[in-house]
Design a protein around this ligand. Structure first.
Ligand code: UGA
Length: 437
């Protein structure tokens, strides 16, 4: 099939690559010409494991290309995926400007009767708004709007796109379902599960999923706080919980709280959506409050362990909102840095991939070229993101670099035996501290 993908960000690029991989002819486009120039040469605009190789393979196959304008990408396409950003407004509502701009381009350039696919996360009811816009454009084309929310996680986006646990198709007509089944036929025929709903249900289901994931994390964070007070190990409690298939073990890792450009934003947008429909959903607010508390709990540990953060040098390992991405949007590590600095601490950070983005986000943040340089003369080391390289850190060397050997392991990355051997003051999340006598 001939498919256009509008928006080449964290969702758009993996979508382009995956659709091409399963045999479609795909053209991606974006307003950002720098991104398009890079993509044409096989360079993704962000770090995502496996993506550069897969991108080059698909470009070479001749099925994937990138065009610098919608006018070039949209005509002749049977399916148009809208993958543009829906960043929140100051009141937390999704900003649909980019989506509407894309819809205007569709109305202007589409030929034939293409199906327009909402891939970006949007409030339930957005499809109707798009349909109205497309109808009002006065074009004599029969545009169908369907919802096909993505469930990609940054860091494993390609795997998630090519090996999905479910493919959600929201459509309000037989044609919508038929076209989307053809799009995903290579995956469906391999046994991947498809769930078909009306459009509004699909839109709502995406919010319900992300908010429930956030709920699990907040539950684990609250449990961690309790375990710390009771002198118990949260890891054992979540292991027991996870062994029950009704609960499942995923997303029960406590830490600094959830961040990124999806969970926090979707939670707020979901709350507003519910309220717009006359239903207050106080649980959603509580999830956010517990997330705040998780960050605050780490801040308090640093404060207590250093005897007050003012004038102390604090080293943060991991600045991205989670491992295997260079994305710092909504990163709890960056927020922690901000609060430490506001409290008078000197903060130095290191991240395997996210340092350029961290610098743009927070110009005052000092950066180091490796974890050992970052820990030099530090009064406290905080592991903020569970990059695998931090699990193999030479703690003895770290200790020699630091002014005081205090480690706050917010993501429980370190091996307890290494910690004991190195005789550092160790403050994990969700279990008692270990302080050498
Ligand atoms: C999330 C969802 O997981 C995807 O299914 C969805 O498609 C995507 O949002 C989206 O809406 O686009 P993502 O934001 O890439 O994906 O990241 P997650 O893996 O969900 O992690 C989000 C945050 O939760 C991270 O800060 C991570 O460190 C934190 N987290 C995750 C925990 O603190 N504990 C956990 O057990 C799991």
């Amino acid at each position: 099939m001939r498919i256009a993908v509008i928006g080449t960000g964290h969702v758009g690029v993996p979508t382009c690559v995956a659709l091409s991989h399963i045999g479609h002819h795909v053209v991606g486009t974006d307003l950002d010409q720098e991104k398009i120039g890079g993509l044409q040469q096989g360079i993704p605009p962000f770090f995502e494991p496996g993506l550069p190789e897969a991108l080059v393979t698909e470009l070479r196959s001749g099925r994937l290309r990138f065009a610098s304008s919608s006018g070039e990408a949209i005509p002749e396409s049977e399916v148009l995926f809208l993958c543009v950003a829906t960043e929140p407004e100051s009141d937390g509502r999704a900003n649909l400007d980019a989506l509407e701009r894309a819809a205007r381009d569709v109305a202007r350039f589409a030929t034939g009767d293409p199906v327009v696919v909402e891939k970006s996360t949007v409030p339930s009811g957005t499809s109707e708004r798009l349909r109205r816009m497309l109808a009002d454009s006065g074009r004599e084309i029969d545009l169908e709007v369907v919802s096909n929310p993505e469930f990609l996680r940054q860091g494993s986006a390609l795997r998630d796109a090519l090996d999905p646990e479910r493919i959600l198709i929201g459509a309000d007509s037989a044609r919508g379902f038929e076209v989307m089944r053809r799009v995903y036929d290579p995956l469906i025929s391999r046994g991947h599960r498809v769930i078909e709903t009306d459009v509004r249900t699909a839109e709502l289901a995406k919010y319900a999923c992300n908010s429930f994931l956030a709920l699990k994390i907040s539950y684990a964070n609250a449990l961690a706080s309790l375990c710390e007070r009771m002198g118990l190990d949260v890891g054992v409690v979540t292991e027991v919980m996870g062994a029950d298939t009704r609960i499942g073990g995923a997303f029960l890792s406590p830490g600094l709280g959830f961040g990124g450009s999806c969970l926090p934003k979707d939670l707020v947008a979901f709350e507003l959506l519910a309220s717009d429909h006359g239903y207050e959903f106080p649980l959603l607010r509580e999830i956010r409050a517990l997330n705040e508390e998780a960050l605050f709990s780490v801040l308090r540990k640093v404060e207590d362990a250093t005897g007050g953060m003012k004038g102390k040098r604090i080293c943060l390992l991991g600045l991205s909102y989670k491992p295997n991405t260079d994305d710092v949007r909504g990163s709890p590590a960056i927020e922690l840095a901000r609060r430490l600095m506001a409290g008078g601490a000197e903060v130095v950070g290191y991240d395997p991939q996210a340092m350029p983005n961290a610098k743009s986000e927070m110009g005052s943040l000092e950066l180091a070229s490796d974890p050992y340089e970052a820990s030099s003369a530090a009064d406290c080391l905080v592991i903020c993101t569970e990059w695998s390289e931090f699990a193999h850190i030479d703690l003895e060397r770290m200790k020699r670099e630091m002014r005081s050997p205090v480690v706050v392991d917010a993501r429980m990355v370190l091996n307890p035996d290494d910690v004991r051997r190195a005789r550092v003051e160790y403050y994990p999340t969700g279990s008692p501290p270990s302080i050498p006598s």
